[in-house]
Design a protein around this ligand. Structure first.
Ligand SMILES: [Zn+2]
Length: 226
């Protein structure tokens, strides 16, 4: 039954400067490795537009549009309208990456929560899944996701509302997300020497609810880490 391995990298920031000089070579190597599609999430309005441009220019690239929690310091409701406009562009498959980052806290927590809620509401309105960034914010994040999913109409989005990207939390967090219908995104750190706990968590999750992500240009597995 062994056919060709077809992979989708559900999270790679191909719009970042790291790829400016050799994007065609990167895409060629990805294709050789069996990667048939790559989702490029935006991190702010400018980068979301850049992701849409790349998706328009390269067949395997798809875009997600949204404002990353670290970019929400100057958040305003008008920015949600701008995300809505970007979401109408071709090959936009998700709203993201959005979420909460209490580790870096580059934006006040209450502002992060407001931006996250507004973009969740937009995703519900558009029927698009969300790509969720969670850093040290599990409880607040799950509470907001539970409220959001609870308010969705029954349909494809409610059944599979999105992905917890680059998962690095305890098992009970994954279990609450799975119960909501979320996928769990697994990145390079699962290969790190010290990541026994993360490997243990991931091994207990259903394989059909795992997504593979590079999160390039970040989180490369050894020996390329850093
Ligand atoms: Zn990312």
């Amino acid at each position: 039954m062994a056919g060709p391995l077809l992979l989708i990298d559900t999270h790679c920031h191909l719009d970042f400067d790291s790829y400016a000089d050799d994007l065609p070579a990167v895409l060629a190597r990805a294709a050789e490795a069996g990667v048939v599609a790559i989702v490029n999430p935006g991190t702010d309005l400018e980068r979301s537009a850049a992701a849409c441009d790349l998706a328009a220019a390269h067949a395997p690239i798809f875009a997600a549009v949204g404002i990353h929690p670290n970019s929400t310091a100057d958040f305003s409701p008008e920015q949600v309208d701008a995300v809505r406009a970007l979401a109408a562009r071709e090959k936009v498959v998700a709203i993201g990456e959005i979420g909460l980052d209490y580790y870096r806290e580059r934006s006040p927590k209450d502002v992060q929560r407001r931006a996250f809620e507004a973009q969740l509401a937009l995703a519900g309105e558009l029927g698009l899944p969300v790509i969720v960034h969670d850093r040290d914010a599990h409880d607040d994040l799950l509470a907001l996701l539970e409220t959001w999913v609870g308010g969705l109409n029954n349909g494809p989005l409610k059944a599979r509302p999105g992905v917890l990207h680059s998962f690095s939390a305890p098992l009970h967090v994954a279990e609450r997300a799975l119960a909501l219908g979320f996928y769990i995104g697994v990145t390079g750190p699962v290969t790190y020497k010290k990541a026994d706990e993360l490997r243990h968590v991931v091994a207990r999750l259903p394989a059909d609810r795992l997504l593979v992500e590079t999160d390039g240009p970040f989180l490369a597995p050894p020996p390329s880490s850093g």
